[in-house]
Write a new protein. Structure first.
Length: 432
């Protein structure tokens, strides 16, 4: 073989071109192969190759949107103000990838989104399917579980059928199946939603705010595998209750899309959010304890811990309380939970009889209008949004603004440590 230095120019060019193609192929294959590995490899896709990054799904939600002003309706895609930019001094002009970039993707920066529901509640699937389509989210459905399909021998140790109704064991198992799937398929993270889920129409900006706070609280490096940071077990992206048990949190004061106290449908919320200084503030908590499971996210490690300590352990509680107890440290195992308040995802009850609402128990048979726990509901605005509107309307007259651009993003906040949390935030009676 002729040494390269002596080779004719044409051969050199051929070798160079072949080598480039091979390198390109290796890079492409490497980028595609992340499905199978739970190892949190840091992948850097710097500026020039960014067109190959996953496309942002929702045209009207630019992933680089940064809208610090509450009344700005023009948070343009080309905005040069990017608080999360990560300039690389070694190569001027080449901007490193925004660590929050992937929150703009079709799985909200998680590896998968699993949606749990009974295939015979086709009505609920219709609603979630159209909502996901509006939001540019890709869901994978997983079948709900009926108690009749679980042999009593397979119930968790400690489960008391005198206290728990049979729908609760079905719900518990359906979530455990989704969690088992994360471990089985080695997903680095996944969000799990239920079929009555609803979310704020400006959820991308809220999720970026959540991730910014979560990263600050974790002390994340600039580059992480997950846009939410790499040191968490569970994220309460949604819920019907939230509090913190740690006195350090991330807060944006006077954030206008926070639901006012009189309209909170949550079972409980952080008492600190009612103190004058924090009224109208948006929080991200480390040591978050939530309840209800319309939407939450797990890391691979978090999912493994749940199978180990909840499924293989003793469980007297419903799935949501079991998760709350893990987060509250009641099981004496390290389990890091972060949460946003107000929650970004919550529940939706479509117009009709309350009997239709839940698979867990029968509601009031009386008719009720379409109701949601979130302020600028995707579901309530669905008609408007499929008609091409780029804004959503608030449910309540107290909200200011009444109309929110879909690409609204809350201003960034700051880390605060208080001397002591209010008494109610510290009591643990709700998750014994
Ligand atoms: C979205 O981003 C996450 C985090 O980088 C990644 O794991 C996931 O594969 C992405 N989803 C899609 C559909 O590209
Ligand atoms: C929040 O807004 C109120 C009224 O506009 C103002 O008095 C207060 O100082 C603001 N709080 C913070 C922490 O910025
Ligand atoms: C839908 O959008 C069209 C075009 O903007 C508008 O003329 C029409 O009034 C809208 N319809 C509804 C029901 O919002």
């Amino acid at each position: 073989m002729v040494p390269l230095a002596d080779a004719p120019r044409r051969v050199k060019v051929f070798v160079a071109v072949t080598a480039s193609i091979l390198i390109l192929l290796v890079v492409l294959l490497w980028q595609d192969s992340d499905d199978a590995t739970p190892v949190w490899v840091t992948k850097n896709k710097p500026g020039p190759s960014s067109p190959s990054a996953p496309a942002d799904h929702h045209a009207s939600v630019p992933s680089t949107s940064s809208t610090p002003s509450k009344d700005s309706k023009t948070s343009a895609a080309g905005s040069s103000k990017d608080t999360h930019s990560n300039p690389n001094p070694a190569s001027p002009g080449v901007k490193a990838k925004d660590p929050l970039h992937d929150i703009g993707n079709s799985t909200l920066g998680f590896e998968r989104i699993f949606a749990i529901g009974f295939s015979n509640r086709m009505d609920k699937r219709d609603a979630v399917t159209v909502g996901a389509s509006i939001a540019g989210l890709d869901l994978e459905w997983m079948e709900g579980v009926r108690a009749a399909d679980i042999p009593e021998k397979g119930y968790p140790e400690g489960w008391d059928t005198n206290i728990r109704n049979e729908n609760e064991i079905g719900c518990w198992r359906a979530h455990m199946n989704a969690i088992q799937r994360i471990v089985q398929e080695k997903r680095s993270s996944a969000m799990i939603v239920e079929d009555d889920v609803d979310w704020e129409a400006h959820f991308r900006g809220l999720s970026r705010h959540f991730a910014t706070g979560a990263r600050a609280l974790q002390g994340s490096a600039e580059e992480t595998r997950s846009p939410y940071g790499d040191d968490w077990d569970l994220l309460w992206t949604g819920g019907c209750a939230m509090r913190t048990i740690k006195p350090t949190f991330y807060v944006t004061y006077n954030e206008t899309t926070v639901r006012p106290v009189e309209h909170r449908k949550d079972i409980w919320w952080p008492k600190i959010s009612e103190e004058p200084e924090y009224e109208g503030a948006r929080f991200v908590f480390d040591g978050a304890v939530g309840d209800c499971t319309p939407s939450y996210a797990l890391s691979y490690q978090g999912a493994r811990k749940i199978l180990t300590y909840i499924s293989m352990g003793t469980t007297t509680n419903t799935i949501d309380i079991a998760l709350a107890r893990l987060c509250a440290g009641k099981l004496d195992v390290p389990f890091r939970c972060l949460g946003a308040y107000p929650t970004i995802f919550s529940s939706f009850w479509r117009a009709g009889s309350g009997m239709r609402d839940s698979e867990l128990r029968d509601g009031d048979p009386a008719w009720h209008p379409a109701t949601s726990a979130v302020a600028y509901s995707t579901m309530i605005n669905a008609g408007r949004l499929i008609n091409g509107s780029t804004t959503a309307l608030a449910q309540w007259p107290e909200m200011n603004p009444q109309e929110i651009p879909l690409d609204y993003e809350p201003p960034s906040g700051e880390i605060v440590t208080v001397d002591e949390l209010p008494e109610e935030d510290r009591t643990e009676d709700d998750f014994p």
